[in-house]
Design a protein around this ligand. Structure first.
Ligand code: KE4
Length: 427
C-alpha cells in the first residue's frame, strides 16, 4: 500500500504540483491531498483504506452517488462496441433531444468534452453572432480556463480587464470587462456607456466558485432586460447548476430565459461531457453551417454520452430533486445550528443539491463578502472534518454537493462531527 504522502511526493516529480487540476493540491487549505482509490454511493476510500463521506462528488457530476450500478452497466454495455468513432452516432442524437426536452431555452445543442470547451465555444459563438468583441463576466465567477475568461477586474470595473493568469495576452484580456456580482448599478452604467459594443454577458446563475452565492432577482432581471435592449447575448454558465439546483437548472428555478446555456459535470455522469446550446438562430452560426468554427475529436463520445444519458434518465425520477434539496437543507440547517450552539460565527445555505459553508455571521452576497469570511477557521474546520472522515472541498471558495446516495445517517454523522470541530474552534 502506498500512502497519500508518498504518492503526493512522487506525483510532484512527474505532474506539475502533483495534480491534474490545481484545486486538488490542497494549496488553499494546506496539508497533503488525499489520493482516492475507489468510491461507492456517498463513500470514498483512499489508497490507505480510510473511508470518507464525499461532499465534493467530483465537483458535481456524481449526483447519483459513486459507481451507480445502472450507470456502470450502461458504460460497460456501450464500451463493448468500441470507445469512439469520430463520426455521428444515434446516441448523440438521443442526448441532444434529452437536453432540448429538459432545458426549453435550448433549441439546438452541441456536445463537447468539458465545461471549459463549452464556455470557450459559447463566447466565440456570441462574438461571431453579434460581430462584437467585448464580453462581460463577474469577479469570483469561474467559467473554465479559456484565455478570455481568465480575466479579473481592471483598474476600474468599467475599463479593460487584466489577465488573472500568466500567458493571457493583454490584447485578449482587454476585451473582457469584469463587474461585481449582484451589483445592478455597475451593470446599468456599463450598458449605458458601452452596451452596443458588448457581445455577451456570462455568469454563474448561482455561483459555486466563490463559495455559493445566489443572485438577487433585480440583478437577474436587469441582466435579461439590458442584454435584450442592447442586443448582447445572455449566457448562463450552468456547468455546475445544470441538473443540480433543479432538473432544468437555475433558469428553471428563477424563470429567466438565457440566449445560450453551457452545461457540464452532471451531463456526463462522471465522464467527459460538456455542452452549449440555445436559440437555433444563434446556433446556426456554427460550422459546418455558419462562420464560427468549433470542433472536437471526442465530442459526443459514445461511452461518455451513455453515462450521461443514464444519469439524466435517473434524475428525472419523480421527487428526485425535492428529496435531494430537502436532504441538503437538513445538512445546512444542522451545521448552522451546530455552529450557533458553539457560538461560532458560521452559517450555511443550499440551493437544491449544492451548498455553501461560511465562517461569517451572514451568507455572502458578493465577492467582497466572501473575501471577508474567516478562511483560517474554514481551513481548521476542513482538516478537523477530514480527520473524522468527512471530505468537504479543500477551499473556502468552493461549493459542496450532496448526492442521492447520501443517507440521513451520513448527514447526521456529519453534523455530529461538525459539533466536535466547532467546539475545538471555540476553545
Ligand atoms: P471544466 O473545464 O472543469 O469541466 O469546467 C469548467 C467550469 C465551467 N463553469 C463552471 C461554472 C464551473 O464550475 C467549471 C468547473 N468547476 C470547477 C469547480 N470549482 C472544477 C474543479 C477543478 O477546476 O478541478
Amino acid at each position: 500500500m502506498r500512502n497519500n504522502k508518498d504518492l503526493f511526493e512522487e506525483s510532484q516529480q512527474f505532474i506539475p504540483g502533483g495534480v491534474n487540476s490545481p484545486v486538488r493540491a490542497f494549496g488553499s487549505v494546506g496539508g497533503t491531498p488525499i489520493f482516492f482509490k475507489s468510491a461507492k454511493g456517498s463513500k470514498l476510500w483512499d489508497e490507505e483504506g480510510k473511508e470518507y463521506i464525499d461532499y465534493i462528488n467530483s465537483w458535481g457530476p456524481m449526483i447519483l452517488g459513486h459507481a451507480h450500478p445502472e450507470v456502470i452497466s450502461a458504460v460497460q454495455e456501450v464500451a463493448k462496441d468500441s470507445l469512439s468513432f469520430g463520426a455521428p452516432t444515434a446516441r448523440e442524437l438521443d442526448m441532444a433531444k434529452e437536453i432540448v426536452k429538459i432545458v426549453p431555452s435550448i433549441e439546438q445543442v452541441r456536445l463537447v468534452s468539458s465545461g471549459t470547451e463549452a464556455t470557450m465555444s459559447a463566447i466565440r459563438l456570441a462574438r461571431g453572432y453579434t460581430q462584437r468583441d467585448k464580453i462581460v463576466k463577474f469577479e469570483g465567477c469561474y467559467h473554465g480556463h479559456a484565455d478570455s475568461l481568465l480575466v479579473k477586474a481592471g483598474s476600474g470595473a468599467l475599463t479593460f480587464g487584466q489577465p488573472s493568469s500568466a500567458g493571457v495576452p493583454i490584447d485578449t484580456a482587454k476585451h473582457t470587462l469584469t463587474l461585481s456580482y449582484n451589483n445592478v448599478s455597475e451593470l446599468e452604467e456599463l450598458f449605458k456607456s458601452q452596451g452596443n459594443e458588448i457581445a455577451c454577458v456570462i455568469l454563474e446563475p448561482v455561483v459555486g466558485n466563490m463559495n455559493l452565492i445566489t443572485p438577487s432577482a433585480e440583478f437577474l432581471n436587469s441582466l435579461r432586460s439590458l442584454t435584450e435592449k442592447y442586443g448582447a447575448l445572455l449566457i448562463f454558465d450552468e456547468v455546475m447548476t445544470g441538473f443540480r439546483v433543479a432538473l432544468g437548472g437555475a433558469q428553471e428555478l428563477f424563470g429567466i430565459t438565457p440566449d445560450l446555456t453551457t452545461l457540464g459535470k452532471v451531463i456526463g455522469g462522471g465522464l467527459p461531457v460538456g455542452a452549449f446550446g440555445g436559440k437555433k438562430e444563434v446556433m446556426q452560426k456554427l460550422a459546418p453551417l455558419g462562420p464560427v468554427y468549433q470542433a472536437g475529436t471526442l465530442s459526443g463520445n459514445p461511452v461518455a454520452v451513455a453515462a450521461g444519458l443514464k444519469t439524466l434518465e435517473l434524475i428525472q425520477k419523480p421527487e428526485f430533486f425535492s428529496e435531494l434539496s430537502s436532504k441538503t437543507k437538513t445538512l445546512v440547517d444542522g451545521l448552522t445550528n451546530a455552529g450557533a450552539g458553539e457560538g461560532i460565527s458560521f452559517c450555511a445555505r443550499n440551493v437544491g443539491g449544492m451548498f455553501g459553508l461560511y465562517f461569517s455571521d451572514n451568507p455572502p452576497n458578493s465577492f467582497a463578502d466572501v473575501m471577508a469570511s474567516d478562511r483560517e477557521k474554514f481551513n481548521f474546520f476542513f482538516h478537523e472534518m477530514l480527520s473524522m472522515g468527512i471530505y468537504f472541498g479543500p477551499s473556502a471558495f468552493e461549493a459542496g454537493f450532496v448526492s442521492a446516495a447520501h443517507t440521513l445517517s451520513d448527514i447526521q454523522h456529519t453534523i455530529e462531527c461538525a459539533k466536535k470541530a466547532f467546539s475545538k474552534i471555540k476553545a
